[in-house]
Design a protein around this ligand. Structure first.
Ligand code: NI
Length: 169
């Protein structure tokens, strides 16, 4: 296993459209293990493969307080069911920035595991928010896109400035 570099907004590679996984092989198992290690080390509650510059539809997540309940979603698809909810979202690719985003409250998730077995479940609350946030990544979207143009500019300037400072250090 290895920790991979997480792309930071406004890196253009975060705009990649991820392709569905078609081969459930050792390469996929390694990717998932690396993504989990990267997410736990960050630390974060969710990570999409696009964020480590791999344009495949793979998401890892752990919403537990104990950090011992890894969820893996391969080729996740979301069907909106009902309601709306607001949540103060953050993202490992947008460090130090949190903003309220409106999402669908209840969704149905269809996905596969690393072996290719298909599953379906309904979700609300944090799982619903998180899977919508991660599937956005797979479609080249970041939660910052939901903010006003002015706020987006502010976030972009802040992170570019931090990047320059880090490079100068
Ligand atoms: Ni994110």
């Amino acid at each position: 296993m290895a920790i991979r570099d997480i792309l930071v907004y406004p890196d253009k590679r975060l705009r990649q459209q991820a392709k569905p996984v078609t081969e459930f092989n050792e390469e996929l198992t390694t990717l998932v293990a690396d993504m989990a290690e990267t997410m736990y080390a960050a630390p974060g509650i969710g990570l999409a493969a696009v964020q480590v510059d791999v344009p495949l539809r793979v998401v890892v997540m752990d919403l537990s307080d104990e950090r011992d309940s890894l969820r893996v979603f391969i080729n996740p698809e979301i069907e909106p069911l009902e309601g709306t909810q607001e949540y103060d979202e953050g993202c490992l690719s947008v460090p130090g920035v949190f903003a309220t985003v409106e999402r669908v409250e209840r969704v149905r998730i269809r996905y596969r595991d690393v072996e290719g077995n298909a599953y379906e479940e309904e979700a609300d609350g944090l799982l619903s928010v998180c899977i919508q946030h991660e599937v956005d990544h797979l479609d080249g979207k970041v939660f910052v896109d939901y903010l006003s143009r002015m706020k987006q500019d502010r976030v972009r300037r802040k992170l570019l400035k931090e990047l320059k400072q880090a490079q100068a250090a």
